[in-house]
Design a protein around this ligand. Structure first.
Ligand code: ADP
Length: 389
């Protein structure tokens, strides 16, 4: 079954056309700078770049139109389309086959993720208009976390405020954490019950998963909460926001921009949001880079302890995404912190420059530690297969 997977961000759109059975990728590419000037369109077929050019994408509809125009030149029938949706709000605890009602709900919850859901809904609308007979499936970043117990998801704010504004912990990266659980369980079988899934990339989050159910996660009402990230602050005292507005004269937009785009690794290092730059800076003795690197690991470890407590234990830890898959030193620092729990990392395995799924814990470790490269696109394609056929 051939599925087009569309992963749209606030100003970008990535896509893959793949066989959900064999995982073969026929075509993939991206549209960058949607809604801005100097857009870029990239399109590769069977791994070979076909287009890499400047383009103008005034909105998300124009981006998906360009993608579908190029895909129509291939001799490959599309059987269904899967859409990554950032926020499913209180409506969706699973992916959903799109009809008018599902689309209405995606728009209803859009105020929780205004930079994402509106554009994603516009893409679905365009796909339905252009191919009325093709099924569209919406796959939400949040739905996996809806199994979280109330003790983890409830915000201790006045009840009527939470109800009126639908304030709770929704989390994010749910498709990635779900994939980590699926693969860990498939590989480890009965020895895997309590998984700590560590998605460490530009955006980072942890998830505590017990027998396939989310027990807790570090992102909150929005993906700003939890770990320190590339440009996002992660958890800080919320009074900082009031203080900046009251004493600093910052507007709402300025604080929003500061917390989401000018904080995290970028702010602490003073040079970059990219972990590779920070690691190089730290190696060269740059003190701000050293602090940024140590803080990233420290925040991940202290939040991990909270996640482990939510499950009253852990038997499996997985690392994924750009930093989790590639940076052995973060993994080592992380695992050493949990030696008191019986975690033993195998130094050589952890440092080996090999890709793919691999165990990095030592024989006799009380916790199995693995690197499992995430594949959200595959998960989305499988959901299309499951719900549309
Ligand atoms: P996103 O959240 O945007 O999908 P990624 O999962 O691609 O992010 O992760 C990006 C992060 O991964 C960057 O901080 C980058 O520096 C880091 N990264 C990528 N490759 C490596 C590597 N080989 N070693 C260390 N860090 C890496």
């Amino acid at each position: 079954m051939n599925v087009l997977v569309v992963n749209a961000g606030s100003s970008s759109l990535k896509y893959q056309l793949m066989d959900a059975g064999t995982r073969e990728i026929f075509a993939k590419g991206n549209c960058e700078r949607i809604g801005l000037d100097r857009g870029i369109f990239g399109h590769a077929v069977q791994g070979e770049a076909k287009v890499e050019e400047e383009a103008l994408f005034p909105d998300h509809r124009s981006a998906i139109r360009t993608v579908l125009d190029h895909l129509s030149e291939l001799d490959i029938a599309i059987d269904g389309i899967g859409h990554r949706i950032v926020q499913g709000g209180w409506h969706f605890s699973d992916s959903a086959l799109v009809d008018d009602e599902v689309l209405r709900k995606i728009l209803e919850v859009a105020p929780l993720a205004p930079l994402h859901n509106y554009g994603e809904a516009a893409i679905i609308e365009y796909c339905r208009e252009r191919f009325p007979s093709l099924p569209n499936v919406a796959v939400f970043d949040t739905s996996f976390h809806m199994s979280m117990p109330a003790v983890a998801s409830t915000y201790p704010l006045p009840r009527e405020v939470c109800e009126k504004y639908h304030i709770r912990k929704y989390g994010a990266h749910g498709t990635s954490h779900r994939y980590e659980w699926m693969r860990a369980k498939a590989l480890l079988g009965d020895s895997c019950h309590r998984l700590l899934s560590c998605h460490l990339g530009n955006g980072s989050s942890l998830c505590a998963i017990e027998d396939g159910q989310c027990r807790d996660t570090t992102m909150g009402l929005t993906p700003l909460d939890g770990l320190m990230m590339g440009t996002r602050s992660g958890s800080i005292d919320p009074a900082t926001v009031c203080y900046l507005q009251r004493e600093g004269g910052y507007t709402y937009d300025e604080v929003d921009d500061m917390l989401n785009r000018q904080s995290g690794l970028l702010a602490v290092s003073g040079i970059s949001s990219d972990a590779r730059d920070i690691r190089n800076g730290a190696k060269a003795g740059d003190e701000r880079c050293l602090l940024a690197f140590d803080m990233f690991a420290y925040k991940a470890m202290t939040h991990a302890a909270a996640m482990i407590a939510s499950m009253a234990g852990v038997d499996t830890i997985t690392f994924t995404a750009g930093i989790g898959e590639n940076d052995w030193s973060i993994r080592q620092a992380f695992c050493q912190t949990f030696e008191w729990l019986g975690v033993r990392v195998d130094r050589e395995r952890n440092r080996a420059e090999v890709g793919g799924e691999r165990v990095i814990s030592a024989a006799g470790s009380a916790v199995t530690v693995m690197v499992i490269p995430t594949d959200e696109e595959y998960m989305i394609a499988k959901d299309v297969e499951r719900l549309a056929f």
